[in-house]
Design a protein around this ligand. Structure first.
Ligand code: AMP
Length: 218
């Protein structure tokens, strides 16, 4: 399978597709949001700074994110395909990622854009809950993405949580930041000829299938 770089507005379904690919195709899932939330949970002073940024819907600095990703990519198991979920989020990060992929001799990559409108994404964000342990994300507004037992993770049996930045107010800031900082990356990858567009509002099983077909090696 190819490595997948997801570019999408918040709550388009990057996490849900990633969970599916990890379970069924043995992908390594690198979610920068999960990594940052882990740092926040550790209670460190760095975590407090990050929390301050994330809870307002802002972006953590390019410098910090690039360093985090460099460390992560250097440690990757080269026999496994990986998913980048949440990185790059700016043109600067996209440019640096190209350099990192070359340095680490990582080829066979595709970029998948999950397209969703602000209203649809807002609907999803309001119903989203995540497992604090395995990070799986659920959606209470979608029959197929609900946990079996109310508010309990199917995998871990622990109580699900709402993300502190999944409020209507913060979501709008995040969506605006996506339009301003992240959306321009699409042209960057379109020019390189590796961008695949996927409608993130279609039936979820069809969407999984389309993404799997795109990710299969030719
Ligand atoms: P996510 O879980 O991908 O929605 O990310 C949650 C939050 O983490 C984002 O709203 C940003 O504040 C921060 N974040 C995650 N990835 C990045 C990144 N690549 N660059 C800057 N900030 C990021």
């Amino acid at each position: 399978m190819k490595n997948i770089i997801f570019i999408a507005p918040p709550a388009a379904g990057k996490g849900t597709v990633s969970d599916f690919l990890v379970s069924n195709y043995n992908y390594e899932h690198i979610s920068t949001g999960d990594l940052l939330r882990e740092e926040i949970k550790s209670g460190s002073s760095l975590g407090k700074e990050i929390d301050n940024i994330i809870s307002k819907g802002g972006l953590v600095s390019d410098e910090f994110m690039i360093k985090l990703m460099e460390e992560k990519l250097a440690k990757l198991d080269k026999n496994k395909a990986f998913i980048l979920d949440g990185f790059p989020r700016t043109i600067k990060q996209a440019e640096k990622l190209d350099e990192m992929l070359i340095t680490n001799k990582v080829t066979n990559n595709i970029v998948i854009y999950l397209d969703i409108s602000l209203d649809d994404a807002l609907g999803r964000v309001m119903g989203r809950v995540i497992c604090p342990k395995c990070k799986r994300s659920y959606n209470l507004t979608n029959e197929k993405l609900k946990p079996i037992k109310d508010n309990i993770c199917d995998n871990c049996g622990v109580e699900l949580e709402k993300r502190s930045d999944d409020t209507e107010e913060t979501f709008k800031v995040r969506f605006d930041s996506y339009l301003e900082n992240t959306r321009p990356i699409l042209d960057y990858y379109k020019d390189k000829g590796i961008l695949k567009w996927v409608d993130a509002t279609m039936n979820i099983d069809n969407m999984f299938q389309i993404i799997v077909n795109e990710a299969k090696n030719d």
